[in-house]
Design a binder for this molecule. Sequence first.
Ligand code: SF4
Ligand code: SF4
Length: 472
Amino acid sequence: MSTVLAFRGGVHPRHNKNTDVLPSIRLTDFSEVDIPLHQQIGPPCTCVVSPGDYVCVGQVIARSEHPMAVPIHSSVSGTVKEIHHVVSEIGEPIEAVRIESDGKFVDDPSVAPPVIESREDFIAAVRASGLVGLGGAAFPTHIKLNPPADKKPQFLLINAAECEPYITSDYRMMCENPDQIIDGILAVMKWIDIPRAIIGYEDNKPLVSRIFEHELEKRIFKTGECHDIRVHKMKTVYPQGAEKMFIYALTGRKVPPGKLPHDVHVTVLNVSTVRQIGLYLRTGMPLVRRRITLDGSALNIHGNFNVPIGARVRDIIESAGGLREDPTKVIMGGPMMGVALDSMDCGLIKANNAILVFGSKETRVPPESACIRCARCVMACPMLLQPAGIDQAARRKDIEMLTHFRVMDCIECGSCTYSCPAKRFINQSITDGKKLIRAEKERYASEQRLRTASQKASSGKEEQDGKSVPKE
Ligand code: SF4
Ligand code: SF4
């Protein structure tokens, strides 16, 4: 174990890991859930149940044949009430299955550990478990585990950085389920044929190395097998857990803009994702619950809670102890990259790992002032961008300058906004700038399509005209 490389830039917000010593509590007191049918990067799934159907925990309720999609399973047992539209956490309408829970949490009889004899079986099992990246990106895990043949991974990196303030759900997972995490790592190493794994964590998590050392020693003692799994401590600096920074810290490899981890022969999985693989291989129970951190000054009780997917934010808060004051801001995720909710009626999705509920003291937004060209945002940017330039270009809707400042390479970590003394809304400018570029690309593509169609039409007409003219 050793402290490893750190990337350039980043910021040091207060950790506020207030809940890291509190054991997780399983919440079951939900009269109904709204399970969204779009929970991963890729298209939404199609509902396969109807109102009135009785469903069990772990039963498939929606699926899609699209290669990027994974099935969605019921997180409670009970009766399907309706398939309707709800508002997602980003404020968009989304189809969801509402299930009235009978409170019994009856498992689906078909739930059983998968039989795996080959790499293909393993990837199919990971897909069948409904697994997506649980670090927040929701990228389908079966795709990550199947890189092109010429990009065979040399390292499996387990992302246990959990660098966002407040969130401790991964840390509690490591304290409470290290055996399942190691099961998952060994399965990925075996079936995907990755010789070496590294678990990377930030040095504000005191027990991680001892937990895994103990777990690995126990296995060597039991089975006599020794695997190349190492545990590396990293400097606590935000955004250490961002994929590109994480890869650099542990391997010294740089993922070029527009490329993916497998381009540098690395596979990165979040520690909760790999634990879910371990759990699924043992029990066959797909992804139906998530461990989330609840914190913030407006809550009565803070802690980590194991919650059924689809449970509404309002019900989770109520079930976990309720509110001490009217919240002024509710965030799904961490304070740096999370999404501020318009409504507490949206259902928990697979990628969520925290709900932060703040009162008025913590959410006072100071007024924005003019840029003083101090370059603190530039120093903080881990992607070596010029956030102040992006901010100005986005406000001027200057697409050429946005392209020049490489807005699309921004990982939206929020370090620039955090470090800005003028309190510029740089993150908002980045979001707007990316939207402008996407709209421009879409406009160009549709123009191209129209041009091609009209060229085809006119050449067809010419052919027809040619035929109609008698040849001499
Ligand atoms: S420009 Fe993007 S990547 Fe750079 S600090 Fe700001 S949000 Fe992070
Ligand atoms: S940190 Fe703020 S004030 Fe300083 S250069 Fe960047 S945008 Fe301007």
